[in-house]
Design a protein around this ligand. Structure first.
Ligand SMILES: C[S@@+](CC[C@H](N)C(=O)[O-])C[C@H]1O[C@@H](n2cnc3c(N)ncnc32)[C@H](O)[C@@H]1O
Length: 196
């Protein structure tokens, strides 16, 4: 998976990494920033997604499509498609450009809208990556977990960087007996829940 990343994907990843780094240094406002996962988290979620059972792969919070590019590697490795959701039209525009330039349009479907209104369209979710606004995490957990396939993975970013805002969500994810949950101190903190 990581040994043969297509050049078009590598080039677009590098391009987005440069924008993301610049955004964080030059005072670009939060709403305009890409707010991407770090590359190590990208590798980690791609490995998890490639190892998930058969079924749908979802991403909640596309931004410019950087994490979706990592997940597209898993789509290629395991077969299947990623469906990714983005609320903001300006992010949708740049994500569309990403998927076109990286030539992954057959692997990634981008839906413009609030992901919360779409989760119930999917049963047997094999893998779901959550990287949206932190105040929505608990709501997403409650929506996604009933629709996870047996052995399916629900993965959430920023569980270290936004720990103070995620107290209720983290408590629920760790105490809910439908899932086994572990906090992984990688990147900004990644929570991994596996449905029993
Ligand atoms: C942290 S960024 C995602 C970064 C992306 N996962 C990456 O690493 O390349 C969060 C994105 O989620 C989007 N978002 C927030 N709430 C959402 C919702 N309810 N449905 C869909 N997108 C949402 C925001 O507009 C923002 O672009």
């Amino acid at each position: 998976m990581f040994h043969d990343i297509p050049k078009a994907v590598q080039d677009r990843m590098l391009y987005l990494e440069e924008i993301d780094t610049r955004d964080r240094q030059d005072g670009t406002t939060r709403i305009k920033r890409l707010r991407q996962i770090p590359p190590l988290t990208g590798q980690f979620i791609a490995l998890l997604a490639a190892s998930a059972p058969q079924g749908m792969m979802l991403e909640l919070g596309t931004s410019a499509g950087y994490s979706a590019l990592w997940l597209s590697l898993a789509c290629k490795a395991r077969g299947g498609k990623l469906v990714t959701f983005e609320l903001l039209p300006e992010k949708v525009e740049i994500a569309r450009e990403t998927f076109k330039k990286a030539k992954v349009e057959s692997l990634v479907e981008l839906i413009h809208g609030d992901a919360r209104g779409h989760i119930n369209d999917y049963e047997d979710i094999a893998f779901c990556f959550l990287d949206a606004e932190k105040e929505m995490y608990l709501e997403f957990f409650d929506l996604v977990v009933p629709n996870l396939a047996s052995g399916g993975l629900f993965v959430a970013d920023n569980t270290i960087s936004a720990r103070d805002d995620l107290g209720e969500f983290l408590e629920k994810a760790h105490s809910d007996e439908r899932v086994d949950t572990v906090d992984v101190p990688i990147g900004k903190g990644v929570l991994v829940c596996r449905k029993l």
